[in-house]
Design a protein around this ligand. Structure first.
Ligand SMILES: C[S@@+](CC[C@H](N)C(=O)[O-])C[C@H]1O[C@@H](n2cnc3c(N)ncnc32)[C@H](O)[C@@H]1O
Length: 337
């Protein structure tokens, strides 16, 4: 019989806590390539490392069906495990590709020198045609926009695909700092007093940090002879991943949280700049648990879930709808998964 919420919280209070899973001694998210790009609600790498070392068998394919910024994939690769990730968010794919494809350091440096040469030739031209998307005009001042546009084009002209992705990831991560977006907020909110960063300085700093981390990562993979370990990231809905049945040995994943992040909004700067979507309204709806799903049903499966949604509805109908969407989306995912 289904348990009531009181019975469940009693069970939690009685449960024995194993502190070794709280990683109080090492909560860094900046090791290897993990720190390439900010991402809300990302895994602690130590947690994934421990799960792989403890539970993944020798030839297991490791999968993460809500791959986010690719923490599971980076750790899998470091452990020489084949891996596959799925996420609906193109920004997730960009970051994960940049973080998992180790690049030969001298080659990367040669390309970096090329981008630096381009930067050194830059001259602000008032009449030049730069990005005019109205949302980008909203977030960036004209001079910042002109420099970002220039960087964007310089990177787009690089011939090597992985190098291009690497520098696109660097550019993506500096967009927030260079914009008017309130720095401490994940919600799209203007900070009228913000002194936004200079795109060239921010990019150079970001790229240098990433180049150094790529070198450590590359050298480790090379020394372990696991550079070519297969690692794929698919841009897809977790409900229809296209991954072959029985091909996965272990799944290490953290689904979206209920009532927390609207990923489409959070990543709109990259989304608009890289033309990942035309219309944010339709893009938002693809995400599990989004408030904007268009589904207004408050009917959910399971007595406890229904009780929770009803209780919430009397206090906060908007949140009740978000919670109901989340339960229904996750239910759908589990039923087709
Ligand atoms: C909690 S985050 C995962 C973070 C990840 N563990 C990491 O370390 O970066 C949840 C992810 O689910 C993704 N997501 C939301 N709806 C999805 C869907 N329908 N199909 C696939 N991914 C989805 C979001 O884009 C987000 O990246």
């Amino acid at each position: 019989m289904a348990k009531t919420s009181q019975e469940i919280s009693l069970l939690f209070r009685k449960a024995k806590v194993d502190r070794s899973w709280s990683f109080d001694d090492n909560r860094s998210t900046d090791t290897w390539t993990h720190g390439f790009h900010r991402y809300p609600a990302k895994f602690l790498p130590e947690l994934v490392k421990k799960l792989i070392e403890r539970y993944a068998k020798k030839d297991d394919l490791v999968a993460d069906l809500f791959a986010g910024c690719g923490t599971t994939l980076v750790e899998s690769k470091i452990h020489g495990k084949r891996c596959v990730g799925v996420d609906i968010n193109p920004v997730s794919r960009l970051i994960t590709e940049a973080k998992t494809n180790a690049i030969e350091p001298r080659k990367l440096d040669r390309y970096f020198q090329k981008v630096l040469r381009d930067i050194s030739k830059y001259k602000y031209d008032k009449s030049a045609i730069v990005q005019k998307h109205q949302r980008l005009v909203y977030w960036f001042g004209k001079r910042r926009r002109a420099k970002i546009d220039y960087l964007y084009k310089s990177i787009a002209g690089l011939r090597d695909k992985n190098v291009k992705i690497f520098f696109q990831c660097a550019l993506s991560n500096i967009l927030k700092n260079c914009s008017r977006w309130l720095q401490t907020s994940t919600k799209p909110q203007i900070d009228p007093d913000k002194k936004s960063a200079d795109p060239f300085l921010a990019f150079k700093y970001q790229a240098k940090r990433m180049i150094s981390q790529n070198k450590t990562y590359y050298n480790h993979l090379k020394a372990q002879k696991i550079l070519s370990t297969s690692c794929k990231i698919k841009l897809a809905d977790a409900k229809h991943t296209g991954i072959r049945s029985n091909s996965v040995g272990i799944i290490i994943t953290s689904p979206p949280y209920v009532t927390s992040y609207e990923y489409a909004d959070i990543h709109q700067l990259t989304g608009y700049w890289f033309s990942y979507f035309k219309n944010i309204h339709t893009f938002r709806r693809k995400f599990i648990g989004t408030f904007y799903s268009g589904n207004n049903s408050l009917v959910v499966n399971g007595a406890l879930a229904q009780q929770t949604v009803q209780k919430l509805f009397s206090k906060d109908p908007r949140t009740a709808k978000e919670v109901a969407n989340f339960f229904n989306d996750m239910d759908h995912w589990l039923s087709v998964g």
